[in-house]
Design a protein around this ligand. Structure first.
Ligand code: GLV
Ligand code: GLV
Length: 319
């Protein structure tokens, strides 16, 4: 029996499955663990399951102590985990790729439609109490059909978003650090281009890169300046990949047509310049938020913990 700590409430049967094999300390709450409670909660843990609200840094790992073998992040992104600190302590880190690909791509393409067709603005109009009716010139949006979507970061979620865009008659441009799967490129009839060319040619740019030192402010003032003034930016990856102040300046200057954002630089704070604009759609980081997907993410995190504690290779380690 090893000590597994689950730091916040999880859906599905993940906790039961962990309990069947291990002693589990389950903190059945949604908020991140207050720093003062960490030592008691984490002491002696061999495995810790964390969600995105937790920063797993040296202090967190030291609170668990030298017996810690694995940190299972219930998310595909793992910028909340200090990988070097884990490596130094011989702690395996796992994430939850694959199971949230479709749910997140659904939200990315929902944002494309919401911002191009002004859906949030239109919905607010109906609720406003002001008189409304069919109007020939009312709430005219922009068609996506025949336009180009640029996928910055053609990993699993980026490619899944591109497949949705194809079904809506869009052509696909791809740009990333590593070359996308050739079969996927062929299936999408996509063009692989450099980031600058992608920015300059796309009618919608959708961001799908993980957050790292290399991608922080990847979409900065210079990148936004390359985009067409008629283009839209969508971000379902991580907020800090986009320089929010530069985005607000581009929108205010009429150098960009709109933005759809599920993630923010300093969540849950939203730049007041974004809140003030009707050409911006704002969602509260719900890319993977379906009942099915969240249960699958928790289940995969449990699989990872069970494998490491049994001395096996976990299904989805972070390399
Ligand atoms: C959510 O943002 C995730 O990385 O899974
Ligand atoms: C994300 O890119 C994943 O692998 O699901």
């Amino acid at each position: 029996m090893a000590g597994v700590v689950v730091t916040s409430r999880l859906p599905g049967t993940a906790v039961e499955r962990l309990r069947a094999e291990h002693e589990v300390r389950y903190r059945d709450e949604d908020s991140p663990v207050p720093a003062a409670d960490r030592p008691v909660l984490l002491a002696g843990a061999e495995a810790v399951v964390v969600t995105l609200g937790h920063r797993v840094d040296a202090a967190f790992l030291d609170a668990a102590g030298p017996g810690l073998k694995v940190v299972a992040n219930v998310a595909v992104g793992y910028d909340n985990v200090d990988l070097d600190a884990c490596r130094e302590r011989g702690v395996v880190v796992t994430n939850t790729p694959g199971v949230l690909t479709d749910a997140t791509a659904d939200i990315a393409f929902s944002l494309v439609l919401m911002v191009t067709r002004r859906l949030a603005e239109a919905e607010r109009e109906v609720r406003s109490g002001r008189p409304w009716g069919f109007g020939m010139f009312q709430l005219l949006g922009t068609s996506v059909h025949g336009k180009a979507i640029g996928i910055l970061g053609p990993g699993a979620i980026g490619l899944a978003t591109a497949r949705r865009a194809r079904a809506f008659g869009m052509s696909v441009l791809l740009s990333g650090r590593s070359a996308p799967d050739p079969q996927a490129v062929a299936d999408l009839d996509a063009e692989v281009v450099g980031a600058d060319e992608l920015l300059g040619r796309s009618d919608v740019v959708s961001v799908h890169v993980p957050l790292s030192a290399a991608t922080r402010h990847l979409v900065d003032a210079a990148a936004l300046a390359r985009m067409k003034p008629t283009a839209f930016l969508v971000n379902t990856a991580r907020g800090p990949v986009v320089d929010e102040a530069a985005l607000v300046a581009a929108l205010e200057g009429g150098r960009l047509a709109g933005a759809g954002l599920d993630v923010f630089e300093d969540e849950p704070r939203v730049h007041p310049g974004l809140l003030a604009r009707d050409d911006v759609v704002l969602l509260p980081h719900i890319g993977s938020a379906t009942v099915e997907t969240r249960a699958a993410m928790a289940g995969l995190a449990a699989d990872n913990v069970l494998a490491v504690l049994a001395g096996r290779e976990p299904p989805t380690p972070v390399r």
